[in-house]
Design a protein around this ligand. Structure first.
Ligand code: NAD
Length: 515
């Protein structure tokens, strides 16, 4: 087994010997039937560290045929896994959580190199993945059905697994997203084929090796691949339950591919956002300004966060004061190399994404927004070959500008001033997206009224950014459908419900029944 893969069999005895070369060597791209396997794409893909351009690994990704093979193998493993007692399925996931926690430093080091995000952020994100598995295992016995008083007979529902679940995920939190995709699905008794992002696949392969002696072969198959592999998974007729995290445009393609399969599929789509933070004139300005910076996720993810509140709608009476504080805080953010534990802001995922973000910044300037800070790559020589963009703030942004409407998925905050309290709700809701929103006011009526009327799936009042464990997260409108972090409701979504009606053939009861 190559060095990249953690040696799961020896982990307990020898965690410190787990090694991750990340030296550009060739590694198998897939995890299939409980072991690493080479993907079938003809040319090997180079996995680059976006912060330096250094080659981390070379691997052959999955093509459509590999995905088909993985789904068939997972389908063969499905019956036995579904019959494995729930306590054993849940225990496997709890043990996996412990293994992730024991290997957090290594997994975070891989993700820091592979994604460009700071190692401390990636450590926290992977720890949340382990917590996710624990939470889901903890509520597993609540996947119960109900009984119904429809007659004197017995009417009950049971929740049974779908079979093979397909998971497709984005690049920004590889371990967390992997756990979200396979954790609840496995506990609910399904097998899983997971396609991590081809942009940051390495930690998921390392994670797979931790399952080697925990999960029977093909209960979890992992097929990193590009759009071709994702589309093949979405269109696979054996899969009836699919969970996707990524951009809205891709989400729509996934829906279309799912519909083309000839199978009706239950989809969870966790998509993008252009999320508003609304600051009223009565808000605590210091806290609101700090929250505006935190909510943009300049630090930790360089703005590559679906829930980032990058559309800052500020009452004109306090706009100058908020803007000054925001710029002051942002000017203190320093960029650094992701593997350095003191780094708070790292690199974007790739040079091509850096170009895209810089194009948005240029469009903001061309459309007349006022660039207050940032707006380009950093001057620091050490970072010159990386995909860095300095934290960027625009003011005088108007609602129709592209930087106010489109998801940039980068470190760019757009400040939009407003005057009329009667119109700000429409302004906040004037977006095809509806993922998160944050409201800042000390007026409880305003806070609750807005929370009620905002078209978004996750609202903060005098708060921002934190995803509270066990509080359902998911978008409205173009931001998606379905919830994660939803505990038992989420587990149940990985089952299909069956109603069973049992007649009681007692003459006495039948004659008495008025129903
Ligand atoms: P993306 O849409 O480019 O890719 C996501 C995944 O889809 C990747 O694994 C990719 O290989 C795969 N894919 C690409 N084309 C496909 C196709 N035609 N069929 C099936 N799969 C396909 O997204 P990204 O750049 O990896 O991530 C950024 C996006 O993800 C942003 O829009 C962000 O807001 C969103 N996101 C949402 C959440 C959430 O919870 N709502 C979380 C993280 C990221």
């Amino acid at each position: 087994m190559p060095d990249l893969l953690l040696e799961a069999k020896r982990w307990k005895a020898n965690v410190s010997r787990v090694s991750v070369p990340l030296d550009g060597s060739s590694v198998p791209g897939l995890w299939l039937n409980g072991r690493p396997e080479r993907g079938s794409t003809e040319a090997a893909a180079s996995i680059l560290a976006p912060a330096t351009g250094q080659k981390l690994a070379s691997l052959n990704l999955a093509n459509a045929a590999d995905v088909g093979k993985a789904v068939e193998a997972s389908a063969r493993a499905a019956t036995t896994w579904a019959k494995t007692p729930l306590r054993e399925r849940a225990a496997s996931l709890i043990e996996l959580a412990s293994r992730i926690e024991a290997n957090l430093d290594i997994l975070a080091a891989i993700d820091a190199k592979d994604t460009g995000s700071p190692v401390t952020a990636m450590r926290g994100s992977a720890a949340k993945g382990a917590l996710y598995l624990r939470m889901m295992a903890g509520v597993s016995y609540e996947m119960s059905g109900r009984t119904y008083p429809a007659s004197d007979g017995l009417h009950y529902t049971i929740n049974q697994p779908w079979g093979v679940v397909g998971g497709i995920s984005a690049y920004n939190h590889p371990i967390l997203f992997a756990c979200q995709k396979f954790g609840p699905a496995l506990i609910a008794g399904n097998t899983v084929v997971l396609k991590p992002s081809e942009q940051a696949p390495l930690s998921t392969l390392a994670l797979a090796a931790l399952t080697e002696d925990l999960l029977p072969p093909s209960v979890l198959n992992i097929v990193p691949g590009s759009a071709e592999a994702g589309a093949a998974l979405a269109a696979h007729p054996t899969i009836q339950r699919l969970t996707f995290t990524g951009g809205a445009a891709t989400g729509l393609k996934v829906q279309a591919a799912a519909a083309s399969s000839g199978t009706v599929k239950h989809l969870t789509l966790e998509l993008g956002g252009k999320n508003p933070m609304v600051i009223f004139a009565d808000a605590s300005l210091e806290q609101a300004a700090a929250a505006a910076v935190r909510g943009t996720n300049f630090t930790r993810n360089q703005g590559q966060s679906c829930g980032a509140t990058t559309r800052l709608l500020v009452h004109r009476a306090v706009a100058d004061s908020i803007t000054e504080r925001v710029v002051d805080e942002v000017s203190a953010i320093e960029l650094g190399l992701p593997e350095d534990p003191s780094t708070v802001m790292g690199s974007l995922i790739s040079k091509s994404h850096q170009t895209r973000v810089l194009e948005f910044i240029a469009s903001g300037q061309a459309e007349g927004a006022n660039l207050l800070i940032g707006g380009g790559p950093p001057m620091d020589e050490r970072l010159a070959s990386g995909a860095y963009v300095t934290p960027t703030v625009f003011d005088s942004v108007t609602p129709e500008m592209s930087i106010a409407r489109e998801e940039i998925f980068g470190p760019v905050l757009s400040i939009v001033p407003w005057d009329d309290e009667d119109k700000v709700l429409n302004l906040a809701n004037d977006s095809p997206y509806g993922l998160t929103a944050s409201i800042w006011t000390n007026d409880i009526d305003k806070a609750l009224g807005f929370s009620h009327d905002l078209e978004a799936g996750y609202i903060w009042v005098n708060d921002v950014e934190t995803r509270y464990p066990g509080v359902p997260f998911g978008g409205w409108k173009l931001s998606g459908i379905g919830k994660e972090q939803a505990l038992v409701d989420e587990l149940i979504s990985f089952t299909r419900q069956k109603s069973v009606n049992v007649a009681i053939r007692s003459q006495r009861l039948a004659s008495q029944s008025g129903l």
